[in-house]
Each structure stands twice: as C-alpha cells, then as structure tokens.
Write a protein that binds this ligand. Structure first.
Ligand code: FES
Ligand code: FES
Length: 210
C-alpha cells in the first residue's frame, strides 16, 4: 500500500468513526431523555398516585359524636368545615394570626387552624353553632346584635367564642382587660368599640347567671 493510499484509508476510518459516533449518540440521547420523562414522575404526579393515609377518629362537637376517616394531618378547622359541615368557624388566615377560627376545646379557647383534629379526640368541642339553646341566643351572641358589634361578620364567630372562653377563664372584668385578652381576634372592619361594649355587657350577664 503506497503512502497516498494509506492516508486515504486513515481519513476514511476517521470519518467512519466520527459519523458512527454521532449517529449512535443521538438515539442514545433521545432514549435517555425519553426514559427520564417516562420513568421519573413529577412530584405532583407522585403525590396524586401515592396512597393517602387515613385515621379513624371520633370528634364530639356541640354534643354530637362524629366518626371521621381523615388524613392524620387534618386540622381541627378543616375537620369541622370540610368533613362535618360546620362552617361557622371561619378560615381567615389559616396561620394562627387572626382568631377567626377560635373554638372551645374542653371549655378553653383554641385556634382550630393550628390544632390537629386528632388532638381533640375525647374532648368536647364547642363551635359558634353550639351556643344557642333553640331560639334563645347565648348572651354573648345577643350582645353582639344589640350593640351592632359587627359589619361583614366574618370575624364574629371567632370573637364571640373567644369572648365566652375568656369570661369562663375569669377574664374580661374591664375594658382594658377586654382589649388585652381579645387582641388575638382581629376585625378587618374595625368594629372594635362596639365589640368591647358587647363583651362588657355580656360578660356582666354571664357572671350574674353563673
Ligand atoms: S384562621 Fe386560625 S387564626 Fe386565622
Ligand atoms: S365584622 Fe368584618 S371582620 Fe369583623
């Protein structure tokens, strides 16, 4: 084989290797991309197909037992609103900052958006729906109406339940204490002066009848 023939063969071999490598790399790359998309589900898809955990609990709300099968992470607020259908307790911030979700658990004020439903098992839960006796409103509910202590009403269930809890704890003896202990219940309509009047009036009645 002469010199020119040898160079020609080398060039041909090099070109063969280059073109073969390019030709084989592309299908390989396509396979990798295709398989990556097919075999690694997105986090959202994985969450959709993952088996949902379930927990059987009994919640006693306003004197009635409710048997629920829920995700163990369900908050008390979502259990009340979404599973039991008691939508009086409001979801204002869902972060423990507005007080709109306040309910009584064992007679004590609790922010239902920050509590797990499972934690309330075995303890009586009272919501705004459980305060009236038939057609007779709770004194705190009546005082809010009599004193025009709300505008949109969104914060009102939490205000009323929280105020009742405070009175039962022996709080709210004067306006300063009312403002201090009700400071966790925000009113976007700023009905605060009338709320203070309503609570003062109802607290007096509640203490007299206790
Ligand atoms: S909704 Fe619970 S504190 Fe705002
Ligand atoms: S009455 Fe509207 S938020 Fe309080």
């Amino acid at each position: 084989m002469d010199k020119d023939t040898t160079r020609s063969v080398e060039v041909s071999r090099r070109r063969f290797l280059v073109t073969s490598a390019a030709g084989s790399a592309l299908p390989l790359a396509a396979t990798v991309v295709r398989d990556a998309g097919a075999q690694v589900p997105s986090p959202a898809a994985a969450a959709r197909t993952a088996p949902q955990p379930s927990l059987a609990i009994v919640l006693t709300v306003n004197g009635t037992d409710h048997r629920l099968n829920i995700d163990p992470r369900t908050t008390l607020l979502d259990a009340l609103r979404e599973h039991i259908g008691l939508v009086g307790s409001k979801k204002g911030c869902d972060h423990g900052q507005c007080g709109a979700c306040t309910v009584l658990v064992n007679g004590e004020r609790v922010l239902a958006c920050l509590s797990l439903a499972a934690q309330a098992q075995g303890a009586p839960v009272t919501t705004i729906e459980g305060l009236a006796r038939g057609d007779e409103l709770h004194p705190m509910q009546q005082a809010f109406i009599d004193n025009d202590a709300f505008q949109c009403g969104y914060c009102t269930p939490g205000q009323i339940v929280s105020a009742i809890g405070c009175v039962q704890e022996g709080r709210l003896s004067g306006d300063d204490e009312i403002r201090e202990y009700m400071s966790g219940n925000l009113c976007r309509c700023a009905a605060y002066p009338n709320i203070v009047e309503a609570i003062r009036e109802a607290a007096t009645k509640m203490r007299r009848s206790a």
